[in-house]
Design a protein around this ligand. Structure first.
Ligand SMILES: Cc1cc2nc3c(=O)[nH]c(=O)nc-3n(C[C@H](O)[C@H](O)[C@H](O)COP(=O)(O)OP(=O)(O)OC[C@H]3O[C@@H](n4cnc5c(N)ncnc54)[C@H](O)[C@@H]3O)c2cc1C
Length: 215
């Protein structure tokens, strides 16, 4: 039997919550660490909630947008409590760079059927029929709840202060509540990523510098 990996996920925004949920299905030893007292308190709480697989995307990234859209449909099946509104979106009077397979041109009458309470109607509009919306806080908290039910250890009110390295290997994190050992650290700290990345770059630069000194 292969040994379970000790995985620490830092940050319980929508990204950390999603990683925790998906890893919880893989029978690993996972801990999710969040500095706030609950999940989804960072940028996630300010999201516009739009599941938007179109937009200005280079062709070679389009598969990621397609994949994320497909994943939401999978997630809806896995978590029946999750409610996604697949109502699409309407645009007019602005340039739309959506992939053509995601939009159709619709008439004033069709716009009115979809949105009966507008004050003024355009002659025509672009309907992005595959798009949806989801409450990011509800989704994030659901993912954390499901991860916890699947055995993930959740630590709220716990701030990761430092990543500990031994030789060339990351061995754990120092937190406001003590040290946690780990084989793998996933940084899902949103806008706080640079604090940790600069630390790793610094460690890398220092090791590189030492290497240069001793070679
Ligand atoms: C106004 C606005 C509208 C948006 N609209 C959309 C939209 O319609 N559709 C869309 O897909 N995206 C949208 N986005 C983008 C989307 O909200 C973000 O990409 C997403 O929420 C990022 O999630 P995250 O988990 O990476 O970051 P966050 O939600 O910021 O989570 C990071 C977590 O890490 C925790 N943390 C940080 N440092 C530490 C530490 N040292 N120790 C422990 N925990 C730590 C924080 O407390 C936080 O909970 C929007 C963003 C904004 C600002």
């Amino acid at each position: 039997m292969t040994k379970k990996q000790k995985v620490i996920i830092v940050g319980a925004g929508i990204v950390g919550a999603s990683i925790a949920y998906n890893l919880s299905k893989e029978n690993q030893d996972v801990t999710l660490v969040e500095s706030h007292s609950k999940a989804g308190c960072g940028v996630t709480s300010n999201s516009f909630a739009w599941i938007n697989p179109s937009g200005r995307v280079p062709d070679n990234f389009q598969h990621l947008y397609d994949g994320s859209l497909a994943e939401y449909h999978v997630l809806e099946k896995e978590i029946p409590e999750l409610k996604v509104d697949w109502n699409g979106s309407l645009s007019w009077g602005i340039p739309v760079n959506s992939h053509k397979s995601y939009i159709e041109k619709i008439t004033r009458q069709q716009v009115s059927d979809l949105e009966p309470h507008l004050r003024e109607y355009p002659k025509e509009a672009l309907y992005a029929f595959k798009e949806g919306a989801v409450d990011p806080n509800i989704l994030t908290n659901l993912l954390v709840k499901k991860a916890q039910e699947n055995g993930v250890n959740i630590l709220f009110d716990t701030k990761v202060t430092k990543i500990k390295k031994e030789d060339a290997k990351v061995v754990g994190v120092h937190t406001s509540k003590g040290f946690i050992e780990s084989d793998v650290i996933v940084l899902a700290t949103g806008t706080a990523i640079p604090e940790f990345v600069s630390l790793l770059v610094l460690i890398f630069l220092l090791s590189h510098h030492l290497l240069l000194l001793f070679v």
